[in-house]
Design a protein around this ligand. Structure first.
Ligand SMILES: NC(=O)c1ccc[n+]([C@@H]2O[C@H](COP(=O)([O-])OP(=O)(O)OC[C@H]3O[C@@H](n4cnc5c(N)ncnc54)[C@H](OP(=O)(O)O)[C@@H]3O)[C@@H](O)[C@H]2O)c1
Length: 271
């Protein structure tokens, strides 16, 4: 019998590619997104069903999870993929943007995990795959503290939950990816800006330049990430943390082998 995967944030990027890949491999896919009325591609697949879901909206979380379970009978794997990035100096951030960063990247997965736990307990097990970032395990640049916070928190949530869910045969995995060659994520970044405070202008310009000019050799191919998700979902890999790409592996190796002061000094010297 076909297995079923539930994915958040499938309107673009990694979420959409993951939905297509699993459908092509014969899985049933509950593809969720904030604006299903705009979707034209995933609707072409007979084994993909689309559900409206903003991960910050508890009523939509309840409805989408209930509808997906009712449509497919059983959900085997849940991918917490939906995410966004708020960049820029913390001093310049709007309260609403600070809250939103946490609401989408951290509280969103909490909402989804809590909604699926009764179903997974009923089934005797299940798998959550949380899409994090190497910015959730290490830091490497200025002006990303809010994004770092949201993904570090996702890492802590996932690692902490591991111990309470393992006895229930409910597993958790993390994907540590970096910048993607499709660039959707960078294009939708929310920048903290205040024209009256210029103290961070130079750093901001440098970071924007880095985002806009990084060549593809420093980024991850989303297809590689999709394959890593597939290996986790099918049990081919049971790694708790899967680090994708040269950049992520290099930074994580440096972070784990150098004294933290030396590591941060080295990163800061690049700006
Ligand atoms: N690409 C990178 O540079 C990078 C690096 C490290 C980690 N990541 C992580 O990878 C994941 C996927 O990102 P991506 O690269 O595929 O970027 P993306 O193309 O921008 O995809 C983000 C997805 O999240 C959805 N989303 C945003 N807010 C949402 C909300 N409140 N509720 C439900 N869905 C929401 C977006 O939907 P809408 O169309 O409705 O906005 C979109 O489908 C994210 O968790 C991101 O943090 C990305």
């Amino acid at each position: 019998m076909s297995k079923t995967i539930f994915i958040t944030g499938t309107s673009s990027g990694l979420g959409k590619l993951t939905a297509k890949h699993f459908a092509q491999q014969g899985w049933n896919v509950a593809a969720t997104m904030r604006s299903p009325e705009k979707e034209t591609e995933l609707t072409q697949y007979p084994n993909i069903k689309i559900f409206k879901l903003d991960v910050t909206n508890l009523q939509q979380v309840k409805t989408a999870t209930e509808q997906a379970i009712s449509a497919f009978g059983k959900i085997d794997v849940v991918v917490n993929n939906a995410g966004m990035g708020t960049y820029g100096a913390l001093e310049l951030a709007k309260e609403a943007d600070i809250d939103w960063q946490f609401a989408v990247n951290t509280h969103g997965p909490i909402n989804i995990i809590r909604a699926f736990l009764p179903h997974f307990r009923h089934n005797g097990g299940g798998l959550f795959i949380n899409i994090s970032s190497f910015m959730g395990v290490t830091t490497a640049a200025p002006l990303g503290s809010l994004y770092n916070m949201s993904k570090f928190a996702l890492e802590g949530l996932t690692e902490g939950l591991y111990y309470e869910l393992k006895p229930l045969n409910i597993e958790l995995r993390l994907i540590e990816q970096g910048g993607s060659t499709d660039n959707n994520f960078v294009d939708s970044v929310v920048w903290n800006e205040n024209p009256e405070i210029t103290a961070y202008d130079e750093l901001t310009a440098k970071l924007k330049h880095l985002f806009n000019t990084a060549d593809d050799s420093h980024k991850d191919n989303p297809a590689v990430i999709v394959n890593a998700i597939y290996d986790l979902a099918t049990g081919k890999s049971s790694k708790f943390r899967t680090v994708i790409g040269n950049m992520g592996n290099m930074l994580m190796t440096m972070r784990s082998t150098m004294p933290i002061e030396e590591y941060m000094e080295k990163m800061a010297s690049m700006f």
